[in-house]
Design a protein around this ligand. Structure first.
Ligand code: IYR
Length: 219
């Protein structure tokens, strides 16, 4: 295939402006918290659409963009998702999770009740597209996990920037989402993100991020 290149559009910023923007972004992202108590207050769909637009700009292996964002607001579908997720999570908490996993989750105060799946105005279910399809021919996708993970990062940042609260939720196993949302065999659920506003007076676990020297090694 003939290669085609475009001139790069790159805005070179003055040093002070770079620092100002980088600090502002750190400040903004540091205030993001995972929320588990959502209010039913409606959210303009434009905000969701723009966040997905932003996520769809993420880099991906061979630019294959191996993702699908299914946005659910239909109350019946949300209820079906909640029922299926709670059935799996009951098994997890009562039988499948080893004590070590339950201990790791203890500070979060989670259990098998997932009312947020019905209350939050939108659920964004992100699917990874494991292979493309050209008619019956399967097209191999590269670095699917990494690509979709990066896109979800973009999505969470965009939703936060728009003043919305999110929860990165991975009911396990998640196969029921493929069925309920009628997705084809090459799409597998990656993460489910309830989006909305927190309940007034919402609380979050008193946990902190690691200090920089624990996460940054400069050689
Ligand atoms: N999916 C379960 C358990 C859970 C697992 C992890 I890893 C978390 O960070 C939080 C919860 C649940 O949603 O309760």
């Amino acid at each position: 295939m003939a290669r085609k290149f475009d001139p790069l559009i790159f805005e070179r910023l003055p040093a002070e402006e770079q620092l100002r923007r980088s600090r502002e972004f750190v400040h903004r992202m540091a205030s993001r918290r995972t929320v588990r108590t959502f209010s039913a207050e409606p959210v303009p769909f434009d905000l969701i659409e723009n966040a997905v637009r932003c996520a769809a700009n993420a880099p991906s292996g061979a630019n294959q963009q191996p993702w699908r964002f299914v946005v659910v607001s239909d109350p019946e579908i949300k209820r079906a998702i909640r029922e299926a997720a709670e059935a799996e999570e009951r098994e997890n908490y009562e039988h499948r999770f080893p004590q070590e996993w339950l201990d790791a989750l203890d500070a979060l105060g989670t259990d098998s009740h997932k009312e947020f799946l019905e209350i939050a105005p939108y659920l964004i279910v992100v699917f990874r597209i494991d292979y493309g399809l050209d008619g019956d021919r399967k097209i191999k996708h590269y670095y699917v996990q990494e690509s979709v993970g990066i896109a979800v990062g973009f999505l969470l940042a965009a939703l936060h920037a728009a003043g919305l609260a999110t929860l990165t939720h991975t009911p396990s196993p998640m196969g029921f989402l493929q069925k309920i949302l009628s997705r084809p065999a090459n799409e597998r659920p990656f993460v489910l993100i309830p989006v909305g506003y927190p309940t007034p007076g919402a609380e979050v676990p008193a946990i902190a991020k690691k200090p920089l020297p624990e996460v940054l090694v400069h050689i």
